[in-house]
Write a protein that binds this ligand. Structure first.
Ligand code: ATP
Length: 441
């Protein structure tokens, strides 16, 4: 399938099946903002949960945090965001469209109207959203929506370290909204002005920075593979010297082969002692750590794996999207669309389908659904032919369908159908739950 076709089909499926809607659609939409629908919210939540599970729950060296979006403006002075969190902006003098100077085509032609040498000089544009706290709109009440979640972690370093008594190496993880006034948002949920990040700051003794940087690069790349993105659609790209921020001792991006080419999914950076040093200086608080074992005091170095929940969700969707020819009931072939999502990410884990709207089958299906509901996200679908209902579930990635037919009334058994292989297996109702647990992992 042509790459652009794949993107169009995924965007179309997302709209049609309630994964992602254009925001404020009844008012004509609103500038590259998107709303996650009933199935999309489940998918994105599963992505965030899988991240939390691997980064926090499965480790004893990482703890969680949920810091506020609004923070003291001094934070952004200390972090350098006020002075340097900018993109170079140019206008096309011919069509007035705006672009990021670092993303213009080599030809020098305007990507919108094609005019040659029509750009203004680049000027720096700060990406932070500004607002006012309280009723008076003056300089003293200016605040910013956070452009990353990381700073909430740095300013709580001492709080977390003293309350948990963690010793470096240890990490603090956080998932939450961030805001950037991007000049050119686009590519669906890949680049938006409001998005969710999944960030972890890993604090290490100064001499261990390089080792942990390497560790986290491999760990994070492996996370996407484990959740079903084929390894050949992923790569780790080390930043060139010229791309590095002045404090970085190394940055690598986990990139995914999006339909338009390689694009960043996640950045992993060795931030040295920059953040804690800056916040120590600007706040006047001591953010060093006393290492009793070696009788020394130091400012921990930081390794930061910073991922985007929306970009990851899009990558999982694109990697899972498939179309195939399958035999139909009349001996011909039929096309089916499916999302080959890992069961951990699938919005609905099990669909419960009574073969028909029969007044004995529907109550039995209801009973089975009730017994499964507390274990899995399930969907009960009674409308339409069973074949159509299977296709509907395939299309949103439901790994297993449980069908209740007339035999079920006598033999107390149901059929479990597998999304990927379409094979069906008869199973006694009392054995259904353990079987589903085993199949869904
Ligand atoms: P890019 O170069 O694509 O603008 P970045 O290098 O500025 O990204 P980081 O600051 O490293 O991004 O942010 C960490 C992660 O947050 C990114 O890898 C991405 O997954 C996510 N992210 C950043 N900006 C956006 C955005 N505008 N929309 C959606 N996700 C984003």
């Amino acid at each position: 399938m042509a790459k652009q076709d794949q993107m169009d089909r995924v965007v179309n499926l997302a709209k049609r099946r309630g994964l992602v809607f254009p925001s404020s659609e009844i008012y004509g939409g609103f500038r590259s903002t998107w709303d996650y629908g009933p199935l999309g919210v489940l998918l994105k939540r599963n992505v965030k949960d899988a991240w939390w599970r691997s980064m926090v729950q499965m480790r004893d060296d990482v703890v969680g945090l949920d810091a506020a979006i609004l923070m003291a403006p001094r934070v952004w002075e200390a972090s350098g965001h006020l002075a340097t969190f900018t993109d170079p902006l140019v206008d096309c003098k011919s069509c007035n469209e705006r672009f990021r100077a670092d993303q213009l085509p080599e030809s020098g032609a305007c990507p919108n109207c094609g005019a040659k040498d029509s750009f203004t000089e680049a000027r720096n544009f700060n990406l932070m959203f500004k607002t006012f706290v309280g009723p008076v709109e003056d300089d003293a009440s200016v605040a910013y929506l956070r452009p990353e979640t990381a700073q909430g972690i740095f300013v709580n370093f001492a709080n977390v370290q003293t309350t948990t008594r963690k010793k470096p190496p240890f990490g603090i993880a956080q998932v939450g909204k961030s805001f950037r006034n991007e000049i050119t948002p686009g590519n669906f949920v890949y680049r938006t002005r409001e998005f969710e990040q999944m960030e972890m700051e890993y604090f290490v003794p100064p001499e261990e920075g390089a080792k942990w940087f390497e560790y986290w690069c491999q760990e994070r790349l492996g996370w996407y593979v484990d959740l079903g993105i084929p390894a050949d659609q992923l790569r780790l790209r080390a930043h060139e010297e010229s791309e590095l921020s002045h404090y970085s001792a190394g940055t690598a991006d986990v990139e995914f082969m999006y339909p338009w080419g390689w694009g960043e999914l996640e950045g992993i950076a060795n931030r040295t002692d920059y953040d804690l040093t800056q916040h120590g200086e600007f706040s006047g608080q001591d953010l060093s750590y006393f290492d009793q074992e070696h009788d020394r005091r130091y400012i921990p170095h930081v390794i930061e794996p910073a991922a985007g929940a929306d970009r990851a969700t899009l990558a999982f969707l694109l990697a899972a999207y498939d179309e195939e020819e399958v035999p139909d009931a009349k001996g011909g072939t039929d096309k089916r669309t499916l999302l080959r999502l890992d069961p951990r990410l699938a919005p609905i884990k099990v669909a419960v389908l009574p073969l028909s709207k029969n007044d004995q089958l529907v109550p039995l299906a209801g009973e089975i659904a009730d017994s499964l509901r507390r274990h899995f996200m399930i969907d009960v679908d009674v409308a339409g032919s069973i074949g159509k209902r299977y296709r509907r579930q395939d299309e949103v990635g439901t790994p297993l369908c449980v069908t209740i037919d007339f035999d079920s009334l006598d033999d107390r058994a149901v059929t479990v159908r597998d999304r990927d292989t379409m094979t069906q297996e008869r199973i006694a109702i009392p054995e259904l739950l353990p079987m589903l647990h085993e199949r869904l992992g």
